[in-house]
Design a protein around this ligand. Structure first.
Ligand SMILES: *Cc1c(COP(=O)(O)O)cnc(C)c1O
Length: 358
């Protein structure tokens, strides 16, 4: 079976076996070792020397944590959104009473640093800027380094959703001045869903001290205090941590640069193969994602029939979300993927396409 949706992603056999481990006392010494190793491994992929905290939640929990730990109701927030996940980040901020100013782009386009700079100048001052590093709904990767430069011409905090990028695409949280960065276990980390990750830099902790949005389960101050004792405030998803320990060992043994290069190469193969089949990409190619490719459905093809045919052939792809439902399909190529997998996906697509004509 080729599970090629942008999360959950397939997990290697060693990771599956690790996740079947016996339960341990989450206040005991084995757990302390487990959370220490996992946290250190994740920090390497975030390229951060600041605090990295684990939450028992899917990625959305981490998005919510980023908001409630740094903001107060009424704070003006610039929500840069290039798709569904950018919208979700904005919606959470709105739900907690932030004064959200949206800045959106056409589906398939990356966020424009100049447009962000203009909005920051004209509609500010802003307390925070929300950005999606890699927009999974459109297959577009934003230029975090360039956007960071315009954000840091102001005092705004920079909160970055790296859920479908980190561990597959380079993220330099500290160098790029990202105050809060998030990720989730079921994407490129080759682990099951259930753990999300949040890094908090010094400016984020300053904001935390003043932030007045309600928080309890997502209170990162409590998580930081527990982590001093190598624990978590509530019972963690121990099995997912076992899995993450095993998958991080695999990823780090391969080497971060090699992991990124493998994702670049597989993404390139998928994009060129898709184009050879006469299909069009949704993403502006200069910003095409190395973890997910969104493909336009030709007008004479029935998208749901196409996905069903592929599924019957053992290849599971994702449909479009929101307004893009029926208009695109998405190929996830993150985590456990190699050149041979890309060939299987493309061959399946070549077989299914002519049969999915309206
Ligand atoms: C998957 C994803 C999320 C949401 O994650 P859940 O784990 O489904 O809560 C948020 N942002 C991005 C960019 C994602 O890819």
């Amino acid at each position: 079976m080729q599970l090629r949706i942008p999360g959950p992603t397939p997990i290697p056999e060693a990771v599956r076996q690790a996740s079947a481990g016996q339960m341990i006392n989450h206040r005991g010494p084995e757990f302390a070792e487990l959370i220490t190793e996992v946290t250190q491994g994740i920090k390497q992929f975030f390229q951060t020397s600041h605090d990295l905290l684990l939450l028992t939640a899917s990625g959305t929990g981490a998005l919510e944590a980023a908001i409630v730990n740094t903001l107060s109701p009424g704070d003006r927030v610039l929500a840069v959104s290039i798709g569904e996940f950018g919208e979700r980040f904005a919606e959470i901020a709105r739900a907690y009473g932030a004064d959200v100013v949206p800045l959106t782009s056409e589906p398939g386009r990356a966020a424009d640093p100049e447009a962000i700079a203009r909005t920051l100048k004209m509609n500010g001052p802003f307390k925070a800027v929300l950005l999606t590093h890699n927009e999974t709904s459109t297959g577009v990767t934003n230029d975090v380094a360039a956007i960071s430069q315009v954000v840091h011409q102001t005092d705004a905090l920079f909160l970055v959703d790296g859920i479908s990028s980190i561990s597959s695409i380079e993220m330099k949280a500290d160098e790029w001045g990202c105050d809060v960065v998030l990720a989730g276990s079921q994407k490129g980390w080759m682990a099951p869903p259930g753990i999300s990750m949040v890094s908090m830099g010094p400016r984020a902790w300053e904001a935390y001290a003043e932030a007045r949005m309600p928080r309890f389960y997502w209170d990162l101050g409590r998580a930081r205090k527990s982590f001093e004792r190598r624990q978590t405030p509530a019972t963690p998803a121990v099995s997912v941590l076992y899995a993450l320990r095993a998958s991080l060992r695999l990823l780090l043994a391969e080497g971060m640069e090699n992991v990124f290069e493998r994702h670049r190469r597989c993404a390139e193969k998928v994009r060129s193969g898709v184009k050879q089949l006469g299909l069009e990409l949704l993403a502006d190619e200069a910003h095409a994602s190395n973890t997910v490719t969104a493909v336009k459905v030709p007008s004479d093809v029935d998208c749901s029939r196409l996905l069903k045919l592929l599924q019957a052939d053992g290849i599971v792809l994702a449909s479009g979300q929101g307004a893009l439902a029926g208009k695109i399909f998405r190929i996830g190529h993150l985590g456990m993927i190699d050149d041979a997998d890309t060939e299987v996906i493309l061959a399946g697509l070549a077989r299914a396409l002519p049969l999915a004509k309206k």
